[in-house]
Design a protein around this ligand. Structure first.
Ligand code: 5GP
Ligand code: ZN
Length: 115
């Protein structure tokens, strides 16, 4: 599995940097965002290093589907039953800050600080 030793999310996946984990399986890790925009704000992260959404290949389609399918299940488990947002930022114009593919899932009662 590809791993970038300088990537903060690869370090979280490897357990070298702590995170508040919500869910883990052999290909995905979900943890709370360190600067939440909403009462519940988690990041769904593939364990392998893919820098951006542009790097997704046909062999990643099932994994992307699993990322989307996981969101409502985790939100319900976290008590978010009135709706949520999913967001993938890609590249500089997409305002992607961490160059390791991730999907934001944000929910909980309004107002939110952003988004
Ligand atoms: P992006 O702008 O790349 O889509 O979002 C990156 C997200 O990662 C931001 O919301 C930021 O708060 C979060 N983040 C950055 N570094 C860390 C970290 O070390 N731990 C956690 N839990 N979240 C992080
Ligand atoms: Zn990475």
């Amino acid at each position: 599995m590809s791993h970038d030793p300088n990537c903060i999310f690869c370090k979280i996946v490897a357990g070298q940097v702590p995170s508040k984990k919500v869910y883990e399986d052999p290909e995905l890790l979900v943890f709370h965002d360190i600067h939440p925009w909403a009462p519940v704000h988690v990041l769904v992260v593939p364990k392998q290093h893919l820098a951006t959404h542009y790097d997704v290949q046909p062999e990643h389609e099932a994994m992307l589907g699993r990322m989307l399918a996981l969101a409502p299940r985790l939100m319900k488990e976290l008590g978010v039953v009135n709706g949520f947002r999913t967001l993938i930022n890609t590249g500089p114009d997409g305002r992607q800050e961490v160059p390791h593919l991730h999907m934001h899932v944000m929910g909980g009662p309004r107002p939110w600080s952003k988004g």
